[in-house]
Design a protein around this ligand. Structure first.
Ligand code: GLP
Length: 243
């Protein structure tokens, strides 16, 4: 789907999420969302917050699983995805704290593997993810599934691509401060979700969007694996769709 106006795109995505939440409320069930960070989804979070404040959209039946977190990373750090999610979304809506899940960047190295297995287990216990919202990195990553990530990968510790660390440099006041590693849901974890919405805006995303959509799926561009998903949609502004 291609939009003239990124704000209109954010509204459409927010409405899709709100509909899912309300459909589940009507039958007394939870809505399980997969959530990204980055600048792209901020408009969606803002619109959902507005719907909560002005239209009374109730998030009490919402369960969330974030895609990723830097490793190592203290949750209170400026660059932490815990902090990002609190500031941009969770602090402003009524999702119960025990229904929010984000990979932890503050655990010792020998506990990471177990944490990843438990994260997968929590997703399974919630009945799987109904709707996964994604951005796309210039390396083609979804979550932090950098080039080379296989289709079957699950939540795990990964090494960040050079492009990704460059793009994060300003957040960390210099590339040298960007962590080398992260914890991310795997490609397999993402492909297991019932519905996938990938959003991209801006000219700088156009080349990678073209590769993800038009080239055969490959581990070089992990977003290209979404071509094989039965219910995945790319939401693009004109600039990101430019190529
Ligand atoms: C980070 C995140 C991704 C996100 C990407 C794009 O690398 N781990 O989940 O999609 O950045 O960010 P932006 O939306 O700011 O372009």
């Amino acid at each position: 789907l291609i939009f003239d106006d990124p704000a209109e795109m954010a509204h459409r995505v927010a409405r899709r999420i709100a509909t899912l939440i309300e459909e589940r409320q009507a039958v007394d069930q939870q809505a399980v969302l997969g959530l990204p960070t980055g600048s792209t989804p901020i408009g969606v979070y803002q619109e959902l917050i507005r719907m909560h404040r002005e239209d009374g959209l109730d998030f009490s039946n919402v369960v969330t699983f974030n895609l990723d977190e830097y490793y190592p990373m203290d949750p209170s750090s400026l660059q932490s995805y815990h902090r990002f999610m609190d500031e941009n979304f969770f602090n402003h809506v009524n999702i119960p704290a025990d229904q929010i899940h984000i990979p932890r960047g503050d655990i010792p190295p020998d506990a990471v593997e177990r944490h990843c297995v438990e994260y997968e287990h929590e997703i399974e216990k919630a009945g799987g993810i109904d709707l996964m919202l994604l951005g796309i990195g210039r390396s083609g990553h979804v979550g932090f599934n950098e080039p080379g990530s296989g289709r079957q990968t699950r939540t795990r510790q990964v090494i960040l691509d050079e492009i990704t660390r460059k793009d994060a440099a300003s957040d960390f006041f210099g590339e040298a401060n960007v962590p080398q590693e992260a914890i991310t849901m795997g490609v397999g974890t993402i492909l297991d979700c019932d519905e996938i919405v990938l959003m991209a805006t801006g000219e700088h995303k156009a080349p990678i969007v073209k590769r993800a959509v038009e080239k055969p799926p490959s581990r070089e561009v992990t977003a290209s694996y979404l071509q094989d998903h039965p219910n995945a949609t790319f939401y693009l502004d004109r600039a990101a769709a430019g190529e």
